[in-house]
Design a binder for this molecule. Structure first.
Ligand code: BES
Ligand code: ZN
Ligand code: ZN
Length: 486
């Protein structure tokens, strides 16, 4: 979608959107519009839309009021994104090509206007690449937004947010692509193309290099697949030369069949998005590079395909991880933690980070616990846990904290190896986190975000259509902005 800026009185498109505060209908509205809004119980709650047609100087104007929620508060910008998103959701296939955003009459500051635009852009994203027979009325018509009368600085604020929107869209693209298109090698290639010229250093380890490093757990998962695994490293060093990096690690299982512990057939197609953690990390790196973040951030994606095959690993196999610890693989479907544990050891040895945060579609149990409203976060450091929760509230990529403790940890002891890769049935998300914690070295601040319920949406949401949400990109971007930059 094209975004441009124009002064207030430069002639406006027919369709105009205007943001209004909750419970405070503006006094300068045409009578019919104000009356219509009241009669329709329009209160200006974030994302609520009321639309009317009116005549202005001989021209017909289609005016859409959208609620921006209450002013102030930590969720203000997320609410305004919602408002922008509600506008594009309403008019995306309406036949209208251009929407004017009446920023001048919306009473918003530069950052707030940028948030509205960001919501508009994010909600307009769709992945129609493989739809060759889309009916005319289902095709997107809205192609342009003209921002009218925006305050000084809005355009600059939007350029920053535009970089973040591009990151979100890139993550969505990676997630939406099917597993015959995106597999470890092609994930890397897509990144090589997308990151070219942006100042991000990109390195991809192949299986031979990972074997050399002793990544027996990650390679064990990959063993049953025809596709070669990759460990992708994306480095953005925009901070002080001496500052230790913040590292994000993403689970990138490009398809999770379960392996020999095969998943049931129904719904298995969902497991193309079992690389949503890696998608979020790649998208966030694109956002950080795009807005030239003043921080040293490294994104690492553990990319494998989990398939059953004559050479696949078996339940009961014992693998040796890069850390030297051994794991009894009780269930080959608990593969994400096997991939992450070697990636975590690698980043700690290679980059001596101050903070490591991993993101993973790790357990179905997390979806049972939190549904699609929050990701779950586990942290070995309370301050880090709080910072992530706050980044979640600010960005709209919400998180909820879960516990870690020795009592849960002992549930994954094994009689034959140092640990097993699954615990008993209960507390499945927590035992998965305990497993990961066994690979965190002393003094490293670490958090694990289980985002299984957040990567894919069956229904349209605040700033996304149904399908890939891009969850995690803004979480990471906001975390970096709030805690790692200047
Ligand atoms: N990728 C799945 C988790 C998942 C399930 C994500 C549904 C999104 C939607 C993960 O690899 C997995 O299969 N986990 C198992 C763990 C179990 C075997 C301990 C699960 O959650 O059932
Ligand atoms: Zn699995
Ligand atoms: Zn998985």
């Amino acid at each position: 979608m094209k975004i441009s800026f124009a002064p207030t009185n430069s002639g406006s498109p027919r369709l105009v959107g205007r943001v209004v505060e909750q419970d405070r209908l503006p006094t300068d509205l045409p009578v019919a519009m104000a009356e219509g809004a009241r009669a329709s119980r329009f209160s200006g709650k974030a994302g609520q839309v009321f639309e009317g047609f009116m005549e202005e100087g001989g021209n017909v104007v289609r005016l859409a009021l959208v609620g921006g929620g209450k002013p102030g508060g930590e969720e203000r910008l997320a609410n305004l994104e919602r408002a922008g998103a509600a506008l594009t959701a309403k008019f995306l296939t309406s036949g209208e090509k251009t929407l004017g955003l009446d920023a001048g009459h919306s009473g918003l500051d530069a950052d707030e206007v940028a948030a509205v635009i960001s919501g508009m852009r994010l909600r307009a994203w769709r992945w129609d690449t493989y739809r060759t027979k889309l009916k005319e009325e289902h095709k997107r018509s809205l192609a342009e937004v003209v921002v009218m009368g925006a305050p000084d600085g809005a355009e600059v604020a939007w350029r920053e947010r535009e970089a973040v929107a591009e990151g979100v869209e890139f993550a969505r693209e990676l997630v939406a692509e099917p597993a015959n298109i995106i597999y470890p090698e092609s994930f890397v290639e897509r990144c090589e193309k997308r990151f070219a010229g942006l100042g991000v250093e990109l390195v991809a380890l192949d299986e031979a290099q990972m074997r050399e490093l002793g990544m027996g757990a990650l390679l064990g998962v990959s063993q049953g697949s025809m596709r070669d695994a990759r460990l992708l490293v994306l480095k953005w060093m925009g901070g002080a030369a001496a500052a230790r990096p913040t590292v994000f690690v993403g689970k990138g299982v490009t398809f999770d069949s379960g392996g020999i512990s095969l998943k049931p057939g129904a719904g298995m197609e969902d497991m193309k998005w079992d690389m949503g953690g890696a998608g979020a990390v790649a998208g966030a790196m694109l956002a950080l590079a795009g807005r030239k973040a003043k921080a040293n951030v490294i994104g690492v994606c553990g990319l494998v395909e989990n398939m059953p095959d004559g050479n696949a690993q078996r339940p009961g196999d014992v693998v040796t991880t890069m850390s030297g610890q051994t794991v009894e693989v009780i269930n080959t479907d608990a593969e994400g933690r096997l991939v992450l544990c070697d990636a975590l050891t690698y980043v700690q040895r290679e980059f001596t980070p101050e903070v490591v945060v991993d993101l993973a579609t790790l357990t179905g149990a997390m979806m049972i616990a939190l549904g699609h409203e929050h990701g779950g976060v586990f942290a070995n450091d309370d301050a880090l846990g709080e910072q992530l929760l706050a980044a979640g509230r600010l960005s709209g990529d919400k998180l909820w904290r879960f516990p870690l403790s020795p009592a849960y940890d002992k549930l994954i002891d094994s009689p034959i190896a140092d640990m097993r890769n699954v615990g008993p049935r209960w507390a499945g998300s927590i035992t998965a986190a305990q497993y990961l914690q066994r690979f965190i070295e002393d003094g490293v601040k670490w958090a694990h975000c289980d985002i299984a319920g957040m990567v894919w949406a069956a229904k349209p949401g605040a700033t996304w259509d149904k399908g890939a949400t891009g969850y995690g990109v803004r979480l990471i971007d906001t975390f970096v902005r709030e805690n790692c930059e200047g």
